[in-house]
Design a protein. Structure first.
Length: 154
């Protein structure tokens, strides 16, 4: 399978929402950030994996990044596509990243994320719709901190 990660196009919205719906993940707010999504396509150009960093900013603070809407087509799971996509998202920023997940804690742990208390969430994330409404109280809150060497690297 072609596993090149690329930017989503506005015309990918319907397909990405269908993948999210099928996985039981929320689609609210997806249309507004569709062009920030990263996708993997199959040989026919059909989106088989998607995910995005949603940035939330408070005045006078750097924005905080929430990874959300990560999904791989069920027929393509277990082949490293999800890992490839998350590594790409991680490499796209030098900022700390956060996420909420109901069912993929082990997957994200293996990619360097740790579970932390929701009380430690940056205020801008706590105020986000994803945080307040979209992911149930049972969802794990996870974080991946960037060490200062990496942050200051050219
Ligand atoms: C979670 C998900 C994105 C993983 O994608 P994938 O392409 O199957 O992942 P990979 O093939 O890269 O798997 C990497 C490793 O994580 C493990 N893994 C995959 N999904 C997992 C899950 N839900 N929980 C725990 N471990 C998981 C795999 O077994 C594999 O382990 P291995 O290297 O020891 O074999 C995919 O299963 C999915 O779309 N799930 C439904 C939506 C979802 O839960 N999204 C996350 C919330 S935002």
């Amino acid at each position: 399978m072609n596993s090149m990660v690329e930017n989503a196009r506005r015309t990918d919205l319907e397909r990405i929402e269908a993948l999210l719906n099928a996985a039981g993940l929320p689609t609210a707010g997806v249309a507004a950030i569709i062009e920030d999504f990263r996708v993997v396509r199959d040989e026919a150009g059909r989106v088989v994996a998607a995910g995005v960093i949603e940035w939330h900013a408070e005045e006078d603070r750097e924005p905080d990044g929430l990874i959300r809407s990560v999904v791989v087509d069920p027929s393509r799971r277990g082949q490293g596509t999800g890992t490839h996509l998350i590594e790409h998202l991680k490499a796209s920023t030098k900022e700390d990243l956060y996420l909420l997940t109901e069912s993929a804690t082990g997957f994200f742990r293996s990619l360097g994320f740790e579970s932390i208390d929701r009380a430690l969430a940056p205020p801008a994330l706590r105020a986000s719709e994803e945080f307040r409404c979209l992911c149930g109280e049972s969802a794990a809150f996870m974080r991946r901190l960037v060490d200062s060497d990496m942050r200051n690297a050219p």
